[in-house]
Design a protein around this ligand. Structure first.
Ligand SMILES: Nc1nc2c(c(=O)[nH]1)N[C@@H](CN(C=O)c1ccc(C(=O)N[C@@H](CCC(=O)O)C(=O)O)cc1)CN2
Length: 305
């Protein structure tokens, strides 16, 4: 059996078409959705990702504000930039591209973003919301994976899901989102002994470890759904420069029922869900303006955020 492909590029295209209608509706009510993207330094991969985010904004009619800060920008300058954007009503979403240079503490910076504009979903309030199944902005990559899984028509309730990788931006939130949907979730990480003994039991295998070729066919259950979140640029060998995931695609596709490619699987969905969250934020801002009552849909805690 050869797996069917879960096409993140195609789903992204379809979702972005729908976004254009939502943007028109917002604009007709006087709200132009806006996303601010902060890049500190000039990491080449980060520059590409930020460029993709700005391009996606243009495609969907979202106004983008690209703020570039030098690699040696002090943390105070980053915090001051965020404070300015928090107060700017034309900005509905703020994201700071990760990783950050070492002089800038990512936690301090992420906590400085208003929870109302935290479209990456990395603020502690949103992270905590995942634990109780009620977050304002789900983090973009796991949110995208959830939609990709939905396209297979699979109900995750009761399924064995194994998440390989326990990062704060993918593995941990992914596990919480699937637990909320009543999956039986196992999280594996760098210290996990005998990874294959876990992965072989997975009805759904989600891999976000950042290690090319980590998952090979013998580690995968026949008929499993395999989602590859890894994005690795090969440095050496005949394929140097090529982008690959964490899964040996050619081998595993002969065993899985569904599989995401890299590129063209999860990556494009990360950017698409960022636009979804930005639109959601602009729609919330409009509702707040119309009713002047935050408590109608959010906890009072948010009032000062
Ligand atoms: N503030 C954030 N920083 C980072 C995040 C994030 O969600 N928020 N995630 C990653 C990087 N990332 C988005 O920022 C990201 C990575 C890759 C892709 C993507 O579309 N990949 C393509 C291949 C790209 C290529 O050819 O180079 C694909 O998989 O098809 C989108 C977003 C870390 N930082």
């Amino acid at each position: 059996m050869t797996a069917r492909i879960i096409d993140g590029k195609a789903l992204s295209k379809q979702l972005r078409e729908g976004f254009k209608t939502r943007v028109s509706q917002l604009v007709s009510q006087g709200v132009q959705p806006g996303l601010a993207v902060i890049l500190v330094g000039d990491n080449p991969a980060s520059r590409v990702y930020v460029g993709n985010k700005v391009k996606a904004c243009e495609e969907c009619g979202v106004r983008s504000f690209h703020i570039g800060l030098p690699a040696d920008a002090p943390e105070a300058e980053v915090l001051a930039t965020i404070a300015r954007l928090n107060a700017d009503p034309s900005v509905h979403g703020i994201l700071i591209q990760l990783p950050l240079p070492e002089q800038v503490d990512p936690r301090r910076v992420l906590e400085a973003i208003s929870v109302h504009k935290d479209v990456d979903g990395f603020h502690l309030y949103n992270v905590g919301g995942l634990v109780v199944g009620n977050t304002i902005f789900p983090p973009c990559t796991p949110y995208g994976v959830q939609l990709l899984l939905d396209t297979t028509g699979t109900d995750v309730a009761g399924k064995n899901v194994v998440v390989v990788g326990a990062s704060n931006i993918v593995g941990k939130p992914m596990a919480l989102m699937l637990l909320q949907r009543e999956a039986t979730v196992t999280v594996c990480h760098a210290k996990t002994r005998d990874l294959a003994q876990h992965t072989i039991l997975a009805d759904i295998l989600i891999v976000a470890a950042g290690k090319p070729g980590l998952i090979v066919a013998q580690m995968v259950k026949q008929g499993a759904i395999v989602i590859d979140v890894g994005i690795n640029r090969l440095r050496d060998g005949p394929n140097a420069g090529k982008i690959v995931g964490d899964v040996d695609f050619e081998g595993v596709k002969e065993k899985a029922s569904w599989i995401t490619p890299v590129p063209g699987g999860v990556g494009p969905m990360t950017v698409t869900m960022l636009i979804e969250n930005t639109l959601r934020s602009a729609e919330r801002a409009l509702r707040m303006r119309q009713t002047d009552d935050y408590q109608e849909w959010e906890a009072p805690l948010l009032k000062g955020g």
